[in-house]
Design a protein around this ligand. Structure first.
Ligand code: FAD
Ligand code: NAD
Length: 455
Protein backbone atom coordinates (compact mmCIF):
# COMPACT_ATOMS: atom_id res chain seq x y z
CA UNK A 1 0.00 0.00 0.00
CA UNK A 2 1.42 3.37 -1.06
CA UNK A 3 0.85 6.56 0.93
CA UNK A 4 0.32 8.50 -2.28
CA UNK A 5 -0.34 7.58 -5.92
CA UNK A 6 0.09 10.27 -8.58
CA UNK A 7 -1.28 9.97 -12.11
CA UNK A 8 0.65 12.19 -14.54
CA UNK A 9 4.30 13.27 -14.53
CA UNK A 10 4.01 16.90 -15.70
CA UNK A 11 4.84 19.97 -13.54
CA UNK A 12 2.01 19.12 -11.09
CA UNK A 13 2.85 15.41 -10.88
CA UNK A 14 6.63 15.60 -10.65
CA UNK A 15 6.59 18.51 -8.17
CA UNK A 16 4.19 16.59 -5.92
CA UNK A 17 6.21 13.38 -6.27
CA UNK A 18 9.46 15.05 -5.29
CA UNK A 19 8.02 16.89 -2.31
CA UNK A 20 6.00 13.93 -1.02
CA UNK A 21 8.77 11.33 -1.34
CA UNK A 22 11.47 13.55 0.16
CA UNK A 23 9.17 14.18 3.13
CA UNK A 24 8.71 10.48 3.81
CA UNK A 25 5.54 9.53 1.91
CA UNK A 26 5.83 6.22 0.04
CA UNK A 27 4.94 7.54 -3.40
CA UNK A 28 4.16 5.98 -6.78
CA UNK A 29 3.98 8.01 -9.99
CA UNK A 30 2.38 6.80 -13.25
CA UNK A 31 3.30 8.45 -16.56
CA UNK A 32 2.04 7.12 -19.89
CA UNK A 33 4.27 9.21 -22.16
CA UNK A 34 7.28 11.22 -21.02
CA UNK A 35 8.16 12.52 -17.59
CA UNK A 36 7.93 16.33 -17.70
CA UNK A 37 4.46 16.27 -19.28
CA UNK A 38 3.21 18.81 -21.79
CA UNK A 39 5.40 21.59 -20.42
CA UNK A 40 8.80 19.97 -20.90
CA UNK A 41 8.04 17.82 -23.93
CA UNK A 42 5.52 19.65 -26.13
CA UNK A 43 4.82 22.98 -24.43
CA UNK A 44 6.76 25.65 -22.52
CA UNK A 45 10.31 24.42 -23.11
CA UNK A 46 10.30 23.35 -26.79
CA UNK A 47 8.39 26.50 -27.82
CA UNK A 48 10.76 28.80 -25.96
CA UNK A 49 13.81 26.96 -27.32
CA UNK A 50 12.64 27.40 -30.93
CA UNK A 51 11.59 30.98 -30.23
CA UNK A 52 15.09 31.70 -28.94
CA UNK A 53 16.63 30.32 -32.15
CA UNK A 54 14.24 32.45 -34.19
CA UNK A 55 15.13 35.51 -32.12
CA UNK A 56 18.85 34.90 -32.69
CA UNK A 57 18.23 34.81 -36.45
CA UNK A 58 16.04 37.91 -36.31
CA UNK A 59 18.68 39.75 -34.26
CA UNK A 60 21.43 38.77 -36.69
CA UNK A 61 19.35 40.09 -39.60
CA UNK A 62 18.83 43.35 -37.73
CA UNK A 63 22.36 43.63 -36.28
CA UNK A 64 23.09 46.73 -38.40
CA UNK A 65 20.92 48.76 -35.98
CA UNK A 66 23.63 48.13 -33.40
CA UNK A 67 26.59 48.86 -35.68
CA UNK A 68 27.27 45.21 -36.50
CA UNK A 69 27.47 43.97 -40.09
CA UNK A 70 26.43 40.34 -40.49
CA UNK A 71 26.65 38.91 -43.99
CA UNK A 72 24.79 36.01 -45.58
CA UNK A 73 22.82 35.30 -42.42
CA UNK A 74 20.87 32.05 -42.72
CA UNK A 75 19.39 29.33 -40.54
CA UNK A 76 18.93 25.57 -40.52
CA UNK A 77 15.51 24.63 -39.11
CA UNK A 78 16.51 21.00 -38.66
CA UNK A 79 19.44 22.06 -36.47
CA UNK A 80 17.08 24.27 -34.47
CA UNK A 81 14.82 21.25 -34.01
CA UNK A 82 17.77 19.05 -32.99
CA UNK A 83 18.85 21.58 -30.39
CA UNK A 84 15.27 21.76 -29.10
CA UNK A 85 15.26 17.98 -28.63
CA UNK A 86 18.62 18.15 -26.84
CA UNK A 87 17.28 20.77 -24.43
CA UNK A 88 14.14 18.70 -23.76
CA UNK A 89 16.17 15.49 -23.20
CA UNK A 90 18.48 17.27 -20.76
CA UNK A 91 15.63 18.69 -18.70
CA UNK A 92 13.63 15.43 -18.67
CA UNK A 93 16.77 13.60 -17.49
CA UNK A 94 17.14 16.22 -14.75
CA UNK A 95 13.60 15.54 -13.52
CA UNK A 96 14.23 11.76 -13.55
CA UNK A 97 17.35 12.31 -11.47
CA UNK A 98 15.51 14.49 -8.96
CA UNK A 99 12.91 11.78 -8.44
CA UNK A 100 15.40 9.06 -7.54
CA UNK A 101 15.02 8.29 -3.85
CA UNK A 102 14.04 5.35 -1.65
CA UNK A 103 10.42 6.46 -1.25
CA UNK A 104 9.76 6.86 -5.01
CA UNK A 105 8.44 4.29 -7.46
CA UNK A 106 7.95 5.30 -11.09
CA UNK A 107 5.79 3.30 -13.46
CA UNK A 108 5.68 3.87 -17.22
CA UNK A 109 2.23 3.28 -18.61
CA UNK A 110 -1.37 4.41 -18.73
CA UNK A 111 -2.95 4.34 -15.28
CA UNK A 112 -6.64 3.61 -14.84
CA UNK A 113 -8.51 4.20 -11.60
CA UNK A 114 -10.33 0.91 -10.94
CA UNK A 115 -12.17 1.81 -7.74
CA UNK A 116 -11.93 4.03 -4.68
CA UNK A 117 -13.42 4.39 -1.21
CA UNK A 118 -12.50 6.46 1.85
CA UNK A 119 -9.49 4.29 2.67
CA UNK A 120 -8.07 2.87 -0.55
CA UNK A 121 -7.68 3.81 -4.19
CA UNK A 122 -7.05 0.94 -6.61
CA UNK A 123 -5.16 1.73 -9.81
CA UNK A 124 -4.39 -0.56 -12.71
CA UNK A 125 -1.40 -0.04 -14.99
CA UNK A 126 0.17 -2.47 -17.46
CA UNK A 127 -1.85 -5.41 -16.09
CA UNK A 128 -0.71 -4.79 -12.45
CA UNK A 129 -2.89 -3.48 -9.62
CA UNK A 130 -1.61 -0.91 -7.13
CA UNK A 131 -3.21 0.38 -3.91
CA UNK A 132 -2.75 3.75 -2.27
CA UNK A 133 -4.21 5.68 0.64
CA UNK A 134 -4.32 8.93 -1.32
CA UNK A 135 -4.43 9.91 -4.98
CA UNK A 136 -3.26 13.06 -6.73
CA UNK A 137 -4.68 13.49 -10.23
CA UNK A 138 -2.26 15.43 -12.42
CA UNK A 139 -3.32 14.29 -15.88
CA UNK A 140 -3.05 17.74 -17.47
CA UNK A 141 -4.94 18.84 -20.58
CA UNK A 142 -5.31 18.17 -24.31
CA UNK A 143 -5.65 20.47 -27.33
CA UNK A 144 -9.28 21.32 -27.99
CA UNK A 145 -10.39 20.49 -31.53
CA UNK A 146 -13.30 22.74 -32.53
CA UNK A 147 -16.16 21.28 -34.58
CA UNK A 148 -15.03 22.94 -37.83
CA UNK A 149 -15.71 20.77 -40.90
CA UNK A 150 -12.54 19.62 -42.65
CA UNK A 151 -10.22 19.37 -39.63
CA UNK A 152 -10.42 15.66 -38.89
CA UNK A 153 -8.17 13.49 -41.04
CA UNK A 154 -6.53 16.52 -42.71
CA UNK A 155 -2.73 16.10 -42.56
CA UNK A 156 -2.24 19.82 -43.24
CA UNK A 157 -4.04 20.75 -40.03
CA UNK A 158 -1.68 20.83 -37.04
CA UNK A 159 -2.05 21.05 -33.28
CA UNK A 160 0.79 22.78 -31.41
CA UNK A 161 2.31 19.32 -30.79
CA UNK A 162 2.44 18.53 -34.51
CA UNK A 163 3.78 21.97 -35.32
CA UNK A 164 6.57 21.46 -32.78
CA UNK A 165 7.61 18.11 -34.22
CA UNK A 166 7.57 19.15 -37.93
CA UNK A 167 11.13 19.15 -39.26
CA UNK A 168 10.29 21.38 -42.24
CA UNK A 169 8.95 24.89 -42.03
CA UNK A 170 5.68 25.52 -43.89
CA UNK A 171 5.72 28.11 -46.70
CA UNK A 172 2.68 29.77 -45.16
CA UNK A 173 0.41 29.12 -42.20
CA UNK A 174 -3.04 30.13 -41.05
CA UNK A 175 -3.28 30.13 -37.26
CA UNK A 176 -6.84 29.63 -35.99
CA UNK A 177 -7.03 31.22 -32.51
CA UNK A 178 -4.96 34.26 -31.57
CA UNK A 179 -4.46 33.31 -27.92
CA UNK A 180 -1.16 32.57 -26.21
CA UNK A 181 -0.22 29.53 -28.32
CA UNK A 182 -1.37 31.21 -31.53
CA UNK A 183 0.63 34.41 -30.99
CA UNK A 184 3.78 32.58 -29.87
CA UNK A 185 3.71 30.41 -33.01
CA UNK A 186 2.92 33.50 -35.11
CA UNK A 187 6.12 35.03 -33.70
CA UNK A 188 8.21 31.92 -34.36
CA UNK A 189 7.06 31.43 -37.95
CA UNK A 190 7.11 35.11 -38.87
CA UNK A 191 10.67 35.58 -37.59
CA UNK A 192 11.72 32.60 -39.73
CA UNK A 193 10.16 34.10 -42.86
CA UNK A 194 6.90 32.11 -43.04
CA UNK A 195 3.81 34.01 -44.26
CA UNK A 196 1.50 34.10 -41.21
CA UNK A 197 -2.25 34.82 -41.00
CA UNK A 198 -3.97 34.75 -37.60
CA UNK A 199 -7.75 34.25 -37.50
CA UNK A 200 -9.30 35.18 -34.16
CA UNK A 201 -13.01 34.93 -33.29
CA UNK A 202 -12.92 37.77 -30.71
CA UNK A 203 -12.52 41.50 -31.51
CA UNK A 204 -8.83 41.29 -30.46
CA UNK A 205 -6.08 38.70 -30.24
CA UNK A 206 -4.85 37.90 -26.70
CA UNK A 207 -8.26 39.07 -25.46
CA UNK A 208 -7.43 38.30 -21.82
CA UNK A 209 -4.49 40.74 -21.66
CA UNK A 210 -4.27 44.49 -21.10
CA UNK A 211 -5.60 46.04 -24.35
CA UNK A 212 -2.96 48.83 -24.44
CA UNK A 213 -0.11 46.30 -24.31
CA UNK A 214 -1.79 44.16 -26.97
CA UNK A 215 -2.35 47.17 -29.21
CA UNK A 216 1.39 48.05 -29.11
CA UNK A 217 2.20 44.47 -30.12
CA UNK A 218 -0.35 44.55 -32.92
CA UNK A 219 0.96 47.82 -34.33
CA UNK A 220 4.37 46.20 -34.67
CA UNK A 221 3.15 42.83 -35.95
CA UNK A 222 0.82 44.32 -38.56
CA UNK A 223 3.57 46.65 -39.86
CA UNK A 224 5.98 43.73 -40.08
CA UNK A 225 3.57 41.83 -42.35
CA UNK A 226 1.60 39.43 -40.15
CA UNK A 227 -2.05 39.35 -41.29
CA UNK A 228 -4.39 39.46 -38.32
CA UNK A 229 -8.12 38.93 -38.88
CA UNK A 230 -10.20 39.59 -35.77
CA UNK A 231 -13.95 39.06 -35.16
CA UNK A 232 -13.61 36.39 -37.82
CA UNK A 233 -15.06 32.86 -37.73
CA UNK A 234 -13.59 29.91 -39.56
CA UNK A 235 -16.54 28.20 -41.24
CA UNK A 236 -14.74 25.27 -42.84
CA UNK A 237 -11.38 23.94 -43.95
CA UNK A 238 -11.15 22.34 -47.37
CA UNK A 239 -7.72 20.74 -47.87
CA UNK A 240 -5.33 23.70 -47.83
CA UNK A 241 -8.12 26.30 -47.99
CA UNK A 242 -9.50 28.08 -44.95
CA UNK A 243 -12.96 29.53 -45.45
CA UNK A 244 -13.77 32.27 -43.00
CA UNK A 245 -16.26 35.04 -42.40
CA UNK A 246 -15.44 38.35 -40.74
CA UNK A 247 -18.32 39.69 -38.65
CA UNK A 248 -20.53 41.75 -40.98
CA UNK A 249 -18.12 41.19 -43.88
CA UNK A 250 -17.75 39.08 -47.01
CA UNK A 251 -16.79 35.41 -46.77
CA UNK A 252 -13.15 34.87 -47.75
CA UNK A 253 -10.97 31.91 -48.67
CA UNK A 254 -7.30 31.81 -47.67
CA UNK A 255 -5.01 29.33 -49.43
CA UNK A 256 -2.21 28.16 -47.21
CA UNK A 257 0.41 25.46 -46.77
CA UNK A 258 -0.50 24.50 -43.16
CA UNK A 259 -3.20 25.34 -40.62
CA UNK A 260 -2.54 25.49 -36.87
CA UNK A 261 -5.49 25.06 -34.53
CA UNK A 262 -4.91 26.84 -31.20
CA UNK A 263 -8.32 27.58 -29.72
CA UNK A 264 -7.69 26.42 -26.17
CA UNK A 265 -7.11 23.25 -24.15
CA UNK A 266 -9.42 21.04 -22.09
CA UNK A 267 -8.83 18.97 -18.92
CA UNK A 268 -7.61 15.43 -19.69
CA UNK A 269 -9.72 12.81 -17.89
CA UNK A 270 -8.07 9.78 -19.48
CA UNK A 271 -8.16 6.73 -17.17
CA UNK A 272 -10.58 8.42 -14.77
CA UNK A 273 -13.92 6.93 -15.89
CA UNK A 274 -14.47 5.24 -12.50
CA UNK A 275 -13.62 8.33 -10.50
CA UNK A 276 -16.59 9.65 -8.54
CA UNK A 277 -15.66 13.25 -7.74
CA UNK A 278 -17.45 16.51 -8.47
CA UNK A 279 -16.80 17.98 -11.90
CA UNK A 280 -17.63 21.36 -13.39
CA UNK A 281 -17.42 22.24 -17.08
CA UNK A 282 -15.33 19.15 -17.80
CA UNK A 283 -12.71 19.81 -15.09
CA UNK A 284 -12.18 18.41 -11.58
CA UNK A 285 -13.51 20.62 -8.80
CA UNK A 286 -11.08 21.23 -5.92
CA UNK A 287 -11.10 23.29 -2.74
CA UNK A 288 -8.32 25.66 -1.62
CA UNK A 289 -6.21 22.68 -0.55
CA UNK A 290 -6.62 21.01 -3.98
CA UNK A 291 -8.86 18.39 -2.39
CA UNK A 292 -11.72 16.99 -4.48
CA UNK A 293 -15.17 16.08 -3.13
CA UNK A 294 -13.49 12.82 -1.91
CA UNK A 295 -11.20 13.60 1.03
CA UNK A 296 -8.37 11.25 -0.02
CA UNK A 297 -8.35 12.37 -3.66
CA UNK A 298 -6.58 15.56 -4.76
CA UNK A 299 -6.08 17.18 -8.16
CA UNK A 300 -3.56 19.75 -9.39
CA UNK A 301 -2.61 21.42 -12.66
CA UNK A 302 -4.51 21.80 -15.93
CA UNK A 303 -6.97 19.03 -15.02
CA UNK A 304 -8.54 21.43 -12.50
CA UNK A 305 -9.31 23.81 -15.40
CA UNK A 306 -8.29 26.86 -13.34
CA UNK A 307 -5.32 28.70 -14.86
CA UNK A 308 -3.51 26.46 -17.35
CA UNK A 309 0.09 27.46 -16.60
CA UNK A 310 3.02 25.32 -15.53
CA UNK A 311 3.90 27.47 -12.51
CA UNK A 312 0.27 27.30 -11.32
CA UNK A 313 0.35 23.50 -11.71
CA UNK A 314 3.49 23.13 -9.61
CA UNK A 315 2.27 25.54 -6.92
CA UNK A 316 -1.06 23.68 -6.72
CA UNK A 317 0.90 20.46 -6.27
CA UNK A 318 2.94 22.00 -3.44
CA UNK A 319 -0.25 23.10 -1.71
CA UNK A 320 -1.84 19.62 -2.07
CA UNK A 321 1.21 17.80 -0.71
CA UNK A 322 1.78 20.43 1.97
CA UNK A 323 -1.76 19.78 3.17
CA UNK A 324 -1.31 15.98 3.11
CA UNK A 325 1.92 16.32 5.12
CA UNK A 326 0.40 18.97 7.40
CA UNK A 327 3.60 20.95 6.74
CA UNK A 328 2.00 24.37 6.76
CA UNK A 329 -1.61 23.58 7.56
CA UNK A 330 -3.29 26.44 5.76
CA UNK A 331 -1.12 27.45 2.83
CA UNK A 332 -3.23 28.60 -0.10
CA UNK A 333 -2.51 29.76 -3.61
CA UNK A 334 -2.63 33.49 -4.15
CA UNK A 335 -4.52 33.38 -7.45
CA UNK A 336 -4.52 37.20 -7.44
CA UNK A 337 -0.73 37.24 -7.86
CA UNK A 338 -0.05 34.69 -10.61
CA UNK A 339 2.30 36.14 -13.22
CA UNK A 340 1.78 35.30 -16.86
CA UNK A 341 3.99 35.88 -19.89
CA UNK A 342 3.35 35.73 -23.61
CA UNK A 343 6.66 35.10 -25.39
CA UNK A 344 6.01 37.29 -28.39
CA UNK A 345 8.73 39.72 -29.51
CA UNK A 346 8.43 41.97 -27.55
CA UNK A 347 7.23 39.92 -24.62
CA UNK A 348 4.09 40.79 -22.66
CA UNK A 349 4.13 40.07 -18.93
CA UNK A 350 1.48 40.77 -16.37
CA UNK A 351 0.23 40.06 -12.90
CA UNK A 352 -2.88 40.95 -10.96
CA UNK A 353 -5.91 43.06 -11.74
CA UNK A 354 -6.45 45.01 -14.95
CA UNK A 355 -8.45 48.19 -15.39
CA UNK A 356 -11.35 46.18 -16.87
CA UNK A 357 -11.57 44.18 -13.62
CA UNK A 358 -12.28 47.40 -11.73
CA UNK A 359 -14.85 49.02 -14.02
CA UNK A 360 -17.52 48.23 -16.61
CA UNK A 361 -19.69 45.19 -17.09
CA UNK A 362 -17.06 42.57 -16.11
CA UNK A 363 -15.99 44.43 -12.96
CA UNK A 364 -14.88 42.06 -10.16
CA UNK A 365 -13.85 44.71 -7.61
CA UNK A 366 -15.79 47.98 -7.74
CA UNK A 367 -13.23 50.32 -6.20
CA UNK A 368 -11.68 53.60 -7.24
CA UNK A 369 -8.29 53.08 -8.82
CA UNK A 370 -5.54 54.95 -10.60
CA UNK A 371 -3.14 53.88 -13.31
CA UNK A 372 0.52 54.86 -13.34
CA UNK A 373 1.99 54.33 -16.76
CA UNK A 374 5.38 54.89 -18.43
CA UNK A 375 6.93 54.03 -21.78
CA UNK A 376 9.72 51.45 -21.42
CA UNK A 377 12.10 54.04 -22.86
CA UNK A 378 12.27 55.56 -19.35
CA UNK A 379 14.69 52.71 -18.62
CA UNK A 380 18.23 53.46 -19.84
CA UNK A 381 19.03 49.78 -20.32
CA UNK A 382 15.90 49.33 -22.43
CA UNK A 383 16.99 52.17 -24.73
CA UNK A 384 20.50 50.74 -24.95
CA UNK A 385 19.31 47.30 -25.97
CA UNK A 386 16.07 47.89 -27.89
CA UNK A 387 16.89 50.17 -30.83
CA UNK A 388 13.73 51.66 -32.33
CA UNK A 389 11.43 49.67 -30.02
CA UNK A 390 8.67 50.96 -27.79
CA UNK A 391 7.16 49.39 -24.71
CA UNK A 392 4.95 50.15 -21.77
CA UNK A 393 4.71 49.57 -18.03
CA UNK A 394 1.34 50.08 -16.33
CA UNK A 395 0.70 49.84 -12.62
CA UNK A 396 -2.89 49.59 -11.38
CA UNK A 397 -3.19 51.03 -7.87
CA UNK A 398 -6.02 51.26 -5.30
CA UNK A 399 -6.72 55.00 -5.21
CA UNK A 400 -7.59 55.03 -1.50
CA UNK A 401 -4.94 52.92 0.22
CA UNK A 402 -2.36 52.95 -2.65
CA UNK A 403 -1.95 49.16 -2.73
CA UNK A 404 -0.48 47.79 -5.97
CA UNK A 405 -3.20 45.64 -7.55
CA UNK A 406 -1.67 44.76 -10.91
CA UNK A 407 1.23 45.39 -13.27
CA UNK A 408 1.08 44.98 -17.07
CA UNK A 409 4.09 45.36 -19.33
CA UNK A 410 5.25 44.98 -22.90
CA UNK A 411 8.95 45.18 -23.77
CA UNK A 412 11.93 42.83 -23.61
CA UNK A 413 12.83 41.25 -21.26
CA UNK A 414 9.86 41.93 -18.97
CA UNK A 415 9.35 38.17 -18.45
CA UNK A 416 12.52 38.23 -16.36
CA UNK A 417 11.36 40.76 -13.80
CA UNK A 418 7.56 40.40 -13.64
CA UNK A 419 8.25 38.23 -10.55
CA UNK A 420 9.19 41.44 -8.67
CA UNK A 421 5.72 42.81 -9.48
CA UNK A 422 4.14 39.49 -8.43
CA UNK A 423 5.93 39.76 -5.12
CA UNK A 424 4.54 43.25 -4.58
CA UNK A 425 0.98 42.16 -5.42
CA UNK A 426 1.28 38.95 -3.36
CA UNK A 427 2.52 40.82 -0.28
CA UNK A 428 0.00 43.62 -0.70
CA UNK A 429 2.70 46.33 -0.99
CA UNK A 430 1.66 49.93 -1.21
CA UNK A 431 3.37 52.21 -3.71
CA UNK A 432 5.30 53.85 -0.84
CA UNK A 433 6.62 50.46 0.33
CA UNK A 434 7.57 49.44 -3.20
CA UNK A 435 9.53 52.69 -3.65
CA UNK A 436 11.85 51.59 -0.85
CA UNK A 437 13.04 48.58 -2.86
CA UNK A 438 16.41 49.15 -4.54
CA UNK A 439 16.67 47.95 -8.13
CA UNK A 440 20.06 47.36 -9.78
CA UNK A 441 21.13 49.97 -12.35
CA UNK A 442 21.09 49.80 -15.27
CA UNK A 443 18.40 47.17 -15.68
CA UNK A 444 15.09 47.21 -17.50
CA UNK A 445 13.49 46.21 -14.18
CA UNK A 446 14.01 49.81 -12.99
CA UNK A 447 10.93 50.67 -15.05
CA UNK A 448 8.87 49.21 -12.19
CA UNK A 449 10.36 51.66 -9.73
CA UNK A 450 10.12 54.59 -12.16
CA UNK A 451 6.43 53.80 -12.66
CA UNK A 452 5.80 53.52 -8.93
CA UNK A 453 7.56 56.89 -8.47
CA UNK A 454 4.97 58.75 -10.55
CA UNK A 455 2.95 61.01 -8.23
P1 FAD B 1 0.83 18.10 -18.08
O1 FAD B 1 2.10 18.83 -18.19
O2 FAD B 1 -0.06 18.07 -19.28
O3 FAD B 1 1.17 16.62 -17.63
C1 FAD B 1 0.19 15.62 -17.54
C2 FAD B 1 0.86 14.29 -17.74
O4 FAD B 1 -0.06 13.26 -17.38
C3 FAD B 1 1.27 14.00 -19.18
O5 FAD B 1 2.64 13.71 -19.25
C4 FAD B 1 0.41 12.81 -19.59
O6 FAD B 1 1.10 11.92 -20.45
C5 FAD B 1 0.15 12.17 -18.23
N1 FAD B 1 -1.08 11.36 -18.17
C6 FAD B 1 -2.34 11.74 -18.50
N2 FAD B 1 -3.21 10.75 -18.27
C7 FAD B 1 -2.50 9.71 -17.79
C8 FAD B 1 -2.84 8.38 -17.38
N3 FAD B 1 -4.09 7.95 -17.38
N4 FAD B 1 -1.84 7.58 -16.96
C9 FAD B 1 -0.54 8.00 -16.93
N5 FAD B 1 -0.19 9.24 -17.31
C10 FAD B 1 -1.14 10.08 -17.73
N6 FAD B 1 2.70 27.18 -19.47
C11 FAD B 1 3.52 28.11 -18.93
O7 FAD B 1 3.42 28.37 -17.72
N7 FAD B 1 4.46 28.76 -19.68
C12 FAD B 1 4.61 28.51 -21.00
O8 FAD B 1 5.46 29.12 -21.64
C13 FAD B 1 3.76 27.55 -21.61
N8 FAD B 1 3.88 27.26 -22.91
C14 FAD B 1 3.06 26.30 -23.47
C15 FAD B 1 3.19 26.04 -24.83
C16 FAD B 1 2.37 25.09 -25.42
C17 FAD B 1 2.52 24.80 -26.90
C18 FAD B 1 1.43 24.37 -24.63
C19 FAD B 1 0.56 23.31 -25.26
C20 FAD B 1 1.29 24.63 -23.28
C21 FAD B 1 2.11 25.61 -22.68
N9 FAD B 1 2.00 25.93 -21.33
C22 FAD B 1 2.81 26.89 -20.79
C23 FAD B 1 1.02 25.26 -20.46
C24 FAD B 1 1.72 24.16 -19.63
O9 FAD B 1 2.37 23.26 -20.49
C25 FAD B 1 0.71 23.44 -18.77
O10 FAD B 1 -0.01 24.38 -17.98
C26 FAD B 1 1.39 22.45 -17.83
O11 FAD B 1 2.13 21.49 -18.54
C27 FAD B 1 0.35 21.74 -16.95
O12 FAD B 1 0.98 20.82 -16.12
P2 FAD B 1 0.21 19.53 -15.59
O13 FAD B 1 1.17 18.82 -14.71
O14 FAD B 1 -1.11 19.91 -15.09
O15 FAD B 1 -0.09 18.66 -16.90
P1 NAD C 1 -6.14 30.53 -25.29
O1 NAD C 1 -7.36 30.38 -24.50
O2 NAD C 1 -5.02 31.35 -24.78
O3 NAD C 1 -6.50 31.17 -26.72
C1 NAD C 1 -7.45 30.63 -27.57
C2 NAD C 1 -7.88 31.74 -28.53
O4 NAD C 1 -8.66 31.16 -29.55
C3 NAD C 1 -8.74 32.80 -27.86
O5 NAD C 1 -8.24 34.07 -28.20
C4 NAD C 1 -10.14 32.57 -28.42
O6 NAD C 1 -10.90 33.72 -28.53
C5 NAD C 1 -9.79 32.00 -29.78
N1 NAD C 1 -10.82 31.12 -30.38
C6 NAD C 1 -11.59 30.21 -29.76
N2 NAD C 1 -12.36 29.56 -30.66
C7 NAD C 1 -12.05 30.07 -31.88
C8 NAD C 1 -12.47 29.80 -33.22
N3 NAD C 1 -13.36 28.85 -33.48
N4 NAD C 1 -11.93 30.53 -34.22
C9 NAD C 1 -11.00 31.48 -33.97
N5 NAD C 1 -10.55 31.77 -32.72
C10 NAD C 1 -11.06 31.07 -31.70
O7 NAD C 1 -5.68 29.04 -25.64
P2 NAD C 1 -4.36 28.52 -26.33
O8 NAD C 1 -3.62 29.62 -27.00
O9 NAD C 1 -4.77 27.33 -27.12
O10 NAD C 1 -3.50 28.04 -25.08
C11 NAD C 1 -3.99 27.00 -24.21
C12 NAD C 1 -3.44 27.16 -22.82
O11 NAD C 1 -2.04 26.97 -22.80
C13 NAD C 1 -3.73 28.52 -22.25
O12 NAD C 1 -4.49 28.36 -21.07
C14 NAD C 1 -2.41 29.12 -21.94
O13 NAD C 1 -2.38 29.70 -20.67
C15 NAD C 1 -1.43 27.95 -21.99
N6 NAD C 1 -0.20 28.45 -22.64
C16 NAD C 1 0.57 29.33 -21.94
C17 NAD C 1 1.71 29.88 -22.54
C18 NAD C 1 2.53 30.87 -21.77
O14 NAD C 1 2.35 30.96 -20.56
N7 NAD C 1 3.42 31.61 -22.40
C19 NAD C 1 2.05 29.54 -23.84
C20 NAD C 1 1.23 28.66 -24.52
C21 NAD C 1 0.11 28.11 -23.90
Amino acid sequence: MYDLAIIGGGPAGYTAAEQASLNGLKTILFEKEQLGGTCLNVGCIPTKTLLYSAKQYHNALNARKYGVEAQAVSFDYQKMQQRKQKVVRKLVAGIKQRLKNDNMTMVSGRAVVVSHDEKTIVIECGGEKYEAQRLLIATGSNNFVPPIPGINGNADVWSSTEALSATELPASIVIVGGGVIGMEFATLYHELGVKVTVVEAMPSVLPQLDPECVSLLLDKYKKSGIDILTSTKVLAIDGKKVICEPQGGERLTIETDKILISVGRRANLDGLDNLKVDMERGAIVVNDMMQTSCKNIFAAGDVTGKIMLAHVASRQAEVAVGYMLKLIPLQRIAYNAIPSVVYTNPEIASVGLQERDLKGENCVLPIEYEVKSLPMTFSGRFVAENEGETGLCKMVVDKKNKTILGVHMIGNPCSEFVAAASFAVRMGYTVAEFRQVVFPHPTVSEILKETANIE
